[in-house]
Ligand binder design. Structure first.
Ligand SMILES: Nc1nc2c(ncn2[C@@H]2O[C@H](COP(=O)(O)OP(=O)(O)OP(=O)(O)O)[C@@H](O)[C@H]2O)c(=O)[nH]1
Ligand SMILES: [Mg+2]
Length: 487
């Protein structure tokens, strides 16, 4: 099955200017030969050079004269051939194509019906409908790209913000591949050295090797640790910053969510306790993706439904990357505020001092002072306070600025740092890291050399999983099945 010729629509299934049907495999050229007629009426697609594009027609083969056998020359049945569409067809011969096989792309008019019709014709003439991701899977199986690059293809397509996109492009260019490859080279060198020394002790001495391997192990561990740490940022890049809005009832939480989303998504009333359940929305602020969650106002309540809402708010706050605590400055602080402050004191949070259009009873100084009095320390050392009036649309720009500074100045740098965004990669790197901890332990315990080599080998194998060198067919199939059609 792997070597047969596949075809799929590579462009989106909506009406658009151009649609592309992609064909890959041994018979790609033969198939197009049958259905492509040049502007001058010839059937000679197989004669074209690689990496050229041609203008002509796709014709319905049923109407082609029976005598037609795919050879070049004017079609004898020219008048009878029913033209399906006027097209541009490009040819990329193996191995210089996306899949490393003969690949033909038919650019036709982009109406859904038209693209489907072209695909149908290609299939009728010998191709098989591709599975999702099968073109990229072929590129991987044919050795043109490693698994980390193949997975980056999908990430590029599904990137939700420009930072994630930049990172996926870097991975597509091999950022993850290169570092994994280097680590594996280092490991295999040590494994080979130990093995040969054990095989041939007369010529290869292990004297002084212990210290050398200790240093190497330390370097590898620190590199793996850095990759694992980057996965935290990677998660934020891919899934957005999990931002939870909390505060007392009526502070303006739902109003804030609506303002960010630009729509009246959450119900807003002047009744305290309006929001009962959590509401999640995706917001993009200058390319930064916030996964923002509105919650029920936190207060003591006997109401069963509200109580559940308050519990949920606490739970979401515990799992947040960032908490936005909204304080209504027109009412004095009370126990519920202290409750919230206590809850978020060790978290990443921003305080919005909202309703500054009303008489102000609470400000930054008062909050700092009260908290210091109550807890004997300042929780708010590096915390941002932003004065807002959601009603009058004030302070929202400042909020966007603060978010950008918090997450993208210094914290994440895209030029020199490899960021792990793929959970599968993270797990494999974690396994490699744990094996290296074992190597370190064996070294500390002065174990015999063959002990190190077992763990070095398993670290090597775990890293191989990232780039697809040590993965089984099932996993490969599962990974590619998540791709979109035609990729
Ligand atoms: N004056 C003024 N009123 C505001 C401002 N922001 C929100 N409000 C009003 O405050 C009331 C409560 O707003 P919500 O957004 O429902 O507050 P909430 O925090 O979601 O409240 P709960 O869902 O009950 O926890 C509404 O009447 C809003 O119109 C503001 O900046 N100034
Ligand atoms: Mg609300």
């Amino acid at each position: 099955m792997e070597n047969d010729t596949i075809a799929a629509i590579a462009t989106g299934l909506t009406n658009s200017g151009i649609g592309i049907v992609r064909i890959s495999g041994e018979d790609a050229i033969k198939i197009v030969d049958k259905i492509y007629q040049s502007k001058s009426g010839e059937y000679c697609f197989h004669k074209y050079k690689s990496h050229t594009i041609h203008y002509g027609y796709i014709v319905d083969r049923d109407n082609i004269d029976d005598a037609f056998d795919g050879e070049e020359g004017k079609s004898r049945a020219n008048g009878k051939n029913r033209i399906i569409d006027e097209v541009m067809v490009s040819l990329m011969k193996a191995p210089n194509s996306y899949t490393a096989e003969d690949t033909v792309e038919i650019n036709c008019h982009g109406g859904i019906l038209m693209v489907k019709k072209i695909l149908e014709t290609v299939i009728k003439n010998g191709a098989r409908l591709a599975d999702p991701g099968e073109f990229t899977k072929k590129a991987f199986l044919n050795g043109r790209i490693d698994l980390s690059k193949a997975e980056a293809v999908m990430d590029v397509i599904s990137s939700k913000n420009k930072f994630a996109l930049e990172n996926s492009i870097a991975q597509l260019n091999g950022s993850v591949f290169k570092i994994i490859k280097k680590l594996r080279n280092d490991l295999i060198y040590e494994i080979a050295f130990i093995e040969s020394a054990l095989d041939d002790p007369e010529h290869i001495s292990l004297e002084g090797y212990h210290e050398k391997l200790e240093k190497k192990t330390k370097d590898i561990l620190s590199c793996l640790k850095k990759l694992l740490d980057s996965a935290e940022n990677g998660k934020i890049l891919k899934e957005g910053i999990r931002t939870v809005i909390i505060g007392k009832p009526n502070a303006g939480k739902s109003s804030f969510l609506n303002r960010l989303v630009g729509e009246e998504k959450a119900i807003v009333t002047d009744i305290a306790g309006t929001t009962r359940d959590v509401l999640q929305e995706n917001v993009y602020l200058n390319g930064i993706h916030l996964n923002i969650i509105d919650t029920a106002g936190i207060r003591y309540t006997e109401d069963t439904v509200e109580k559940i809402g308050v519990e949920k708010a606490r739970k979401y706050a515990r799992e947040a990357d960032l908490i936005v605590y909204i304080v209504d400055v027109s009412v004095p602080l009370d126990e519920s505020d202290y409750d919230i402050i206590q809850m978020i004191s060790d978290r990443n949070f921003i305080i919005l001092l909202n309703k500054t259009d009303l008489d102000i009873l609470v400000n930054e100084d008062i909050i700092r002072h009260e908290v210091k009095n109550k807890y004997g320390k300042d929780f708010f050392d590096k915390i941002h306070f932003i004065e807002t009036s959601i009603k009058e649309n004030k302070g929202i720009d400042e909020f966007e600025d603060v978010i950008r500074k918090m997450f993208f100045k210094g914290d994440i740098s895209f030029n020199d740092e490899v960021i792990i965004t793929n959970l599968r990669h993270k797990e494999a790197i974690l396994d490699a890291y744990e094996s290296m901890l074992q190597v370190r332990k064996s070294l500390e315990d002065k174990m015999p050399e063959d002990f190190y080599s077992i763990d070095l080998m398993s670290s090597y194998a775990s890293l191989g999983r990232v780039i697809g060198e040590e993965v089984g067919e099932d996993l490969v199939n599962e990974i590619f099945s998540k791709f979109c059609m035609g990729k």
